[in-house]
Design a protein around this ligand. Structure first.
Ligand SMILES: [Fe+2]
Length: 471
């Protein structure tokens, strides 16, 4: 429970930020409010969906995706893509049919006040007002997630908000947009930070019933922004990298006050899953930033291997969003014989949103799926990339000369099918026609025609993360 002193500090921080935002310049351009990123104005339910091809009968569930979609037009001078009100998009598939598409704002208190709706029950935590970064299934419900303080938001299978809370637990505390699900235990593992606690982060484990099974405090400096983490069978992996809380940005009116910090030494920590902060082994590396990890696993010699998308720098010049910098897909090895991260480049193409067959979480694996990401030309068509990590081969799929895909999700054909035997699903946006569709590709035949294309009756803005949530 937040102490009275913490609550006073949070109120003060929110007031200072609002005053600075009032003083900030107004207007100008912001590419995260235009083109493929432009928000939609309303919620839609549609049951008449045009399908080309054949939807696999095995797909019984919802393809959920979330992203920022401001309810009211923000000030372009200070708007940051990471803080727009969250909107969830869902496509329900069953028996080879597309039953419906829905989009709904996540029912945070800010959103419900602006939409003149009643607030939903549950606990509250922190000063973050939006929940917009990931949507997962756990313990029979959908949970919209964000980092830096706000609790998860539970949504039902019609995408209506049910309540706020740390899953089924009575506890409160910051969570993460990127918990990692362990298929062997049914647990979610996450490294979590709170924007108003610069000197401490937490390792949280949520069990398969939604209860808080472990909370391990870990001391840090400067308030690092920790967007993702990873797990192996034996370790949780902590990315303590040089993007940290910036009070100077707050005073400039930034709505997302994190900046590149050259005083903050980059390090990666290995925390035994049953251990405490003093058991962490830290590894040094050159300054860089990682939003997203792919898979990670232990090796027989006691090393840990983790694949990551690495940005050379982040939030160095602009307060409006991710900056165009060199991006690489890399394999990082953390060996018991060194205190330095060993870095090997898998691919030097600009890409993001790494995914894999998540039945293989914590195990050695072969295929990683990413999407091209040219931040210099955000409205340029981009391919899906399938990396064969064993051979180094990269296979592309272009969705069309004017099309760009959001994050792809791999769904296996069956519980026991081989790796890469299944489908890659994503929301694809047509830059020229301003329309969206869901494309289902056969993961082992990226050169072939799509398995199915489902037209979405409204545009789906480019957003963040999505998952296949099986019924
Ligand atoms: Fe993310």
């Amino acid at each position: 429970m937040a102490s009275a002193a913490t609550k006073i500090m949070e109120k003060t921080a929110r007031w200072v930020a609002k005053q600075a935002q009032k003083r900030a310049p107004v207007g100008g351009d912001n590419r995260f409010l235009e083109g493929a990123y432009a928000p939609v104005a309303s919620e839609t339910t549609s049951t008449k969906l045009k399908v080309t091809g054949t939807i696999p009968k095995e797909l019984d569930g919802i393809l959920a995706r979330i992203g920022p979609n401001p309810i009211h037009a923000p000030n372009p001078a200070t708007y940051h893509w990471f803080v727009g009100d969250g909107m969830v998009h869902g496509l329900r598939l069953l028996n080879g049919e597309a039953l419906w598409y829905r989009n709904r704002w996540v029912g945070t208190d800010k959103a419900n006040r602006e939409l003149q709706r009643p607030l939903v029950p549950g606990k509250r935590h922190g000063i973050v007002e939006t929940v917009n970064t990931n949507i997962i299934g756990h313990n029979g419900s959908l949970w919209a997630l964000v980092e830096a303080g706000a609790l998860p938001v539970e949504m039902d299978t019609n995408l209506d908000t049910v309540q706020h809370g740390l899953f089924r637990s009575d506890a409160v505390g910051a969570f993460s947009a990127h918990p990692h699900f362990d298929p062997l235990t049914g647990e979610l593992h996450a490294i979590c930070y709170n924007a108003t606690q610069p000197n401490r982060i937490h390792y949280h484990v949520i069990d398969k019933h939604g209860q808080l099974a472990r909370r391990v405090p870990i001391p840090v400096k400067h308030g690092p922004m920790i967007h993702d983490c990873n797990i192996t069978r034996s370790k949780a992996i902590i990315l303590d990298l040089p993007v940290t809380f910036s009070f100077a940005s707050v005073l400039k009116g930034a709505t997302f006050p994190y900046k590149w910090n050259k005083r903050h030494a980059a390090r990666v920590g290995l925390l035994p899953r049953t251990g405490h902060a003093e058991d962490i082994r830290w590894y040094k590396l050159e300054p860089c930033y990682v939003f997203h990890t792919c898979n990670a696993f232990d090796t027989e010699d006691g090393s840990v291997i983790m694949d990551v998308v690495v940005h050379a720098r982040m939030f160095d010049q602009s307060i409006q969003g991710p900056e165009a910098q060199k991006i690489t897909l890399e394999r990082w090895t953390l060996s018991p014989n060194s205190d330095q991260v060993k870095r090997e480049v898998i691919s030097d193409r600009a890409q993001e949103f790494p995914r894999f067959d998540e039945r293989l979480t914590t195990k050695d694996y072969r295929y990683a799926y990413t999407v091209g990401a040219d931040l210099n030309q955000p409205d340029s068509p981009q391919p899906l990339l399938r990396h064969d990590i064993k051979t180094g081969q990269c296979t592309e799929h272009f969705y069309g000369p004017t099309k760009v895909s959001g994050e792809v999700v791999f769904v296996p054909r069956s519980e026991h099918s081989a790796e890469n035997d299944g489908w890659l699903l994503s929301y694809v946006y047509d830059l020229e026609n301003d329309t969206s569709e869901v494309v289902i590709l056969n993961a082992d035949d990226l050169d072939g025609e799509p398995q199915a294309v489902i037209e979405i009756p409204v545009r789906v803005p480019m957003g963040f993360h999505g998952n296949w949530i099986a019924s």
